[in-house]
Write a protein that binds this ligand. Sequence first.
Ligand SMILES: [Fe+2]
Ligand SMILES: [Fe+2]
Length: 213
Amino acid sequence: MERQYTALDRIIASIDDALRLSTGEAPAAQRQNPAGDLAAAALDEDQRRHVAGLMRINHTGEICAQALYAGQAATARNDATRDAMQSAADEEIDHLSWCEERLRELDSRPSLLNPLWYAGSFAIGAAAGIAGDDWSLGFVRETEIQVEAHLQDHLERLPPGDARSQAILDQMKMDEAMHAVMAEAAGARELPPPIRRAMAFTAGIMKALAYRL
Ligand SMILES: [Fe+2]
Ligand SMILES: [Fe+2]
């Protein structure tokens, strides 16, 4: 007989994922790294540290994305919602893995605070899921819209010629835009402005910390 997974089973599986993701290596990407064999720009020490800070923010963002989707999937009522979230989460694994590779190329490392961000994001995702699938999808849509704008900002702050980072962020930005469209098509509700502002505020704290830590 096929095993039926309860919400508790999914939460336990998520905790297992959390420990692996935030303390170890990202699972293998399904798609090729968009940086491919593009030449690495000659970066001076300040530039290298700056790009590593940006990529560490993006890596932490992807850790949060995994946690949010896991929290939402654990509490989603509708299988179609859960499937849509799972397919977006699979693409976020690619993003996570590409950011991790870029950090390694830059002789840097992921944020030390990732386990904390994972736990907080999981709780927020679960709360969004408990509020209902339409709210949960609304939360995905708003997150992806904010991430897309944030990636545009990072693209403008990369040192000129850093084609490897640029290729990764370009592809991520396209994917995040598609995730917002997917959430919209699946029935996302528009979030109230105070919630949208609270999300941007929390993301701002995460970015400030992950750039350095
Ligand atoms: Fe992503
Ligand atoms: Fe996304």
